[in-house]
Ligand binder design. Structure first.
Ligand code: BF8
Ligand code: SF4
Length: 655
């Protein structure tokens, strides 16, 4: 165990900007870093998943003396039920996001909101075609109506035919597997409801049956996320490469600084637009203008589409307030620490909640409604300008740390870049580089921050270790935030950290795209927010189809070195179900049952081809991820040789 893990202190971060704020503060204003220390020791029953609070007789904790719950539930039932409920929580949150975007588009079509429009009609046509609609001769609104009908059906239908968004985005092999194993979700909402019922006291006690329901729920999560990504692109545009900056140094003492925090682009896009229109009001208050900046996945959304700088990621979300120069923090849903309000009390910063189901006591609440979106966004900017006038100049202290970040790599953007090398078959650029041994594979870095490990350290170590070993890296969520803040998401990082193969691959792409791209390509390719893990999976499906295999054969792994949320549990679970080796750097709460743990680590591999890897040490994590990629590259080569030599498919049927 590393020294940092043995001795938790209240400055557990490797982000130099965060460290400056924490050192200056030295525990005076309480932050998550202090609360983590105060929380020790944490309960090991909860930690290993063997605490059941599902009925009012509980909590039941499994011990030597009490080897079953009061109702007789075994540890494996309790662990499996808790796991399914965590996946369901994550799927519920993502579904909430996707559903909100669907409502907004429906209201737009019905003429109830005038502030939104179809920003990307090409994406609309691509999505429509993908989900099996004919696009010929249809005007945009008609097509959108048909797309929305299918989205609503995938969210709500009770019948058993496959959800269209699943069928359209995974391989045929995966669909067969889901049918064989009976884990096809009927719809997003139905599956979430089923899981809550199935895990009620006294319903399902069979751990394998429960885990399979968990996998089904994870697929429902995937469908909700994919719909959210696709429809967000239709509304706000499909991301293209864009360059900006990241870390606390983006806060400008001469501007009205507004942090956008949470997840849903419906609000943040409007605030960014309103800010651009209201410069004069800010100048009248004595500021040079208005500067928006992002936190968490809202930050990723507005960085990807608008080039808005990223101020920080999940764990350090309280710290921008402690620079004394943040005028407002506008939040919508998910991953928002209620603590931001208490920190803001020590400063002039206004915390502005915006969603009816996501409030923090004592904050300003500007209820966001689609029909008055721009009006609400302007109201928020006024509050920020008012706060700017109340700043205390002697409390302002902004760490001068920021890094260049090049982001905006939607699947479409990546294919465009590859197309400069191979216009007829862009994805072959990536698969050829793996076939030739120039690249070792692809890794999706996903997930959060978690104080169980040193903030940002696991992310940074895994990124550097994989890059040095020629892995093509894509990232989403708060690990993308780490890469951006620490200077790992730009062209300079390629020269510093990439192995020879990866460097040559990226240089080749730069040369082929000379004159087309404004910036050279980065070490880590930012694919967006956590719902945009759907984009990263599309890349996997494209690679599988190019090789003519199912996804469990593709040297493409996922890694969440600092996973924290239920959403991360849901995403990790669909990564496994969809065939990926999935590394998690913070062991989840399932080790209390060897049976359930074994299903995640081994049985999942046998049945689905994907599997979990728990490894908390970042250096060892790099080794196990590389081993997972190498095993697949080797098998791919053997299977291909066998296929050519013996003209048979049979040998490649297993994983
Ligand atoms: O959805 S990575 S801490 S912000 S859950 Fe949350 Fe985790 Fe960050 Fe985005 Ni994703
Ligand atoms: Fe205890 Fe069973 Fe109730 Fe869980 S469901 S709290 S194990 S009695």
């Amino acid at each position: 165990m590393s020294e940092e893990k043995k001795k938790p202190d209240n400055k557990r971060t490797v982000d130099p900007a965060a460290l400056q704020v924490l050192e200056r503060n030295d525990g005076k204003i309480e932050t998550a870093y202090d609360r983590y220390v105060n929380m020790q020791p944490q309960c090991n029953f909860g930690r290993t998943g063997i605490c059941c609070r599902i009925c009012l007789q509980g909590p039941c904790r499994i011990t030597k003396k009490a080897s079953k719950g009061i109702c007789g539930a075994h540890s494996y039932t309790i662990v499996a039920r808790n796991l399914v409920r965590a996946i369901t929580g994550g799927a519920g949150a993502h579904a909430d996001h996707g559903r909100h975007i669907i409502y907004t588009l429906i209201e737009m079509l019905e003429g109830k909101t005038l502030d939104y429009s179809i920003e990307d009609p090409d994406k609309l046509r691509r999505v429509a075609q993908n989900i099996g609609l004919s696009v010929e001769g249809k005007e945009e609104r008609e097509l959108l109506k048909e797309v929305l009908e299918i989205a609503v059906s995938d969210f709500t239908k009770l019948s058993g035919e496959p959800c269209r968004w699943l069928e359209a985005t995974v391989t045929g092999g995966r669909m067969n597997k889901f049918t064989d194993c009976n884990i096809q979700p009927r719809s997003v909402n139905t599956t979430i409801a089923e899981s809550m019922g199935q895990t009620h006291m006294g319903v399902d006690a069979d751990p394998v049956n429960l885990v399979f329901q968990g996998l089904k729920t994870a697929l429902a999560d995937y469908i909700g996320m994919h719909i959210a990504t696709d429809l967000s692109d239709v509304l706000f545009g499909t991301p293209k490469p864009v360059t900006s900056e990241a870390n606390l140094g983006v806060i400008d003492p001469e501007m009205v600084n507004i942090a956008l925090h949470g997840h849903n682009p419906l609000l943040s896009e409007m605030v960014v637009r309103a800010a651009r229109e209201m410069e004069a009001e800010a100048e009248a208050a004595g500021a040079k203008g208005i500067k928006c900046m992002g936190i968490c996945c809202t930050g990723n959304e507005v960085l990807m589409r608008q080039g808005v700088p990223l101020v920080t990621n999940f764990l350090s979300q309280e710290l921008p307030i402690m620079t004394g120069a943040l005028d407002a923090m506008v939040v919508d849903v998910q991953c928002i620490m209620p603590a931001i309000r208490a920190v803001a009390e020590c400063y002039h910063t206004r915390i502005i909640t915006t969603m009816s189901h996501s409030k923090i006591p004592g904050s300003y609440h500007v209820e966001f409604t689609e029909d008055r979106a721009m009006e609400k966004a302007r109201e928020i900017i006024y509050l920020a300008i008012e706060a700017y006038k109340e700043r205390l100049p002697d409390r302002i202290d902004i760490p001068q740390v920021k890094n260049k970040v090049t982001a905006g790599f939607s699947t479409e953007a990546l294919l465009d870049i590859f197309a400069a090398v191979n216009p007829d078959n862009p994805i072959k650029v990536l698969t050829d580089a793996i076939d030739s041994g120039q690249l070792r594979g692809v890794v999706l870095l996903a997930g959060c921050n978690n104080l169980r490990v040193l903030h940002d350290q696991s992310h940074a170590s895994v990124i550097k270790g994989l890059a040095a070993n020629n892995v093509f890296l894509v990232a989403t969520g708060c690990v993308a935030g780490t890469a951006a803040k620490l200077g790992l998401m730009n062209d300079e990082a390629v020269e510093k950290y990439a192995g020879e193969g990866l460097k040559a691959f990226i240089h080749m792409l730069n040369e082929a795209n000379a004159g087309k791209l404004n910036e050279k390509l980065p070490l880590v390719f930012h694919m967006g927010s956590c719902v945009d893990n759907s984009r990263a999976y599309d890349l996997n499906t494209l690679m599988a189809n190019e090789w003519g295999v199912d996804t469990p054969k593709v040297p493409y792994a996922a890694s969440a070195p600092e996973a924290m949320s239920e959403k991360a549990v849901a995403i990790g679970t669909w990564c496994v179900t969809l065939g990926m080796p999935t590394h998690v750097g913070v062991t989840p709460e399932i080790t209390g049952s060897a049976l359930v743990d074994g299903v995640a680590l081994q049985i999942a591999h046998d049945v689905y081809g994907g599997y979990f890897i728990w490894e908390e040490d970042p250096e060892k994590s790099v080794d196990v991820i590389l081993a997972a990629l190498d095993e697949r590259t080797w098998k791919l080569r053997v299977h291909r040789q066998a296929k050519e030599r013996y003209e048979t498919e049979a040998i490649s049927a297993g994983w």
